[in-house]
Design a protein around this ligand. Structure first.
Ligand code: 5HY
Length: 262
């Protein structure tokens, strides 16, 4: 199977790091293609960044449909454009916040999110609410390190993440941690070793979730909310985003695959 992992920001070194981590957990028959849009913000650290990252993300999903991808990961903790992407995709589309929160919710009675900037904490709370995770999410904390500083040589990010996680375990009643940034994926194992509790990275959690759904031949429901967008002509710079009524690859039934039960 082929999974497209989309980093909605344009920073290629982050995309490469995510792709590398994704491939360490992918099954033998799973190809991971990690991409970034060519247009948009180099990092997503607020609602404006997120809004302007979404068109490029959706262009990558539409391209993925033409290229025959079986499923998608939206590799940004705000899960930008998730529902719009599901309108375009035939296969499953999973956001890393969604995957990480659900995974943590079956590993512990409660988890805390540790993310980058304080200004994006409310975004994580909104996602917990949207995903029905409020009863599990004990707190959302931030280390106030910029997304693109996480992997800088000599960065204090790892230490800052571990220290904030320790405060979460001591003060929030959390028994597990959700890493609140795709840029933290490479640090997950080190943080978990330091803490001795489950630390969930959304990039790898989302990859395995999409892989499982595709292996079960489960696809996005193409009726109701996630049906293809209604055909209309968009104006101006967005004309090339105009949804068409032409039957697209998403209108064709998924390929028949033997179920992997044996
Ligand atoms: C992310 N921003 O995962 C988010 C993290 C955040 O560029 N990739 C980004 O702080 O919301």
């Amino acid at each position: 199977m082929r999974i497209k992992l989309i980093n909605p920001n344009t920073t290629q070194r982050m995309t490469a790091a995510m792709g590398q981590c994704a491939r360490t957990v992918a099954a033998a028959g799973t190809e991971i293609v990690a991409v970034s849009p060519t247009m948009g913000p180099p990092s997503i650290e607020g609602y404006y960044d997120e809004a302007l990252a979404t068109p490029g993300l959706l262009a990558e999903v539409e391209a993925g449909e033409r290229e025959g991808f079986d499923g998608y990961v939206i590799a940004c903790f705000g899960d930008p454009g998730l529902y719009a992407a599901r309108e375009l995709a035939r296969g499953p589309v999973v956001g890393i916040a969604e995957a990480a929160m659900h995974a943590a919710s079956v590993l512990a009675p409660g988890f805390s999110v540790v993310t980058t900037l304080s200004r994006t904490k409310a975004m994580a709370w909104h996602l917990a609410e949207r995903y029905g995770m409020n009863r599990f999410c004990r707190n959302v904390r931030a280390i106030d390190v910029a997304v693109l500083e996480l992997d800088e040589p000599g960065s204090a990010a790892r230490r800052a993440i571990v220290d904030e996680c320790r405060r979460a375990l001591d003060e929030d009643g959390a028994d597990a941690i959700v890493l609140g940034c795709a840029g933290m994926t490479s640090l997950c194992a080190q943080v978990e070793d330091a803490l001795g509790v489950p630390v969930v990275d959304g990039v790898t959690a989302a990859v395995k979730w999409v892989e499982a759904l595709v292996a079960l031949r489960l696809t996005t429901a193409k009726r109701g909310d996630f049906a293809r967008p209604l055909a209309k002509r968009y104006d101006g710079e967005f004309a090339h985003f105009s949804p068409t009524s032409a039957a697209s690859v998403t209108d064709t039934p998924p390929p028949v695959r033997p179920l992997r039960y044996g």
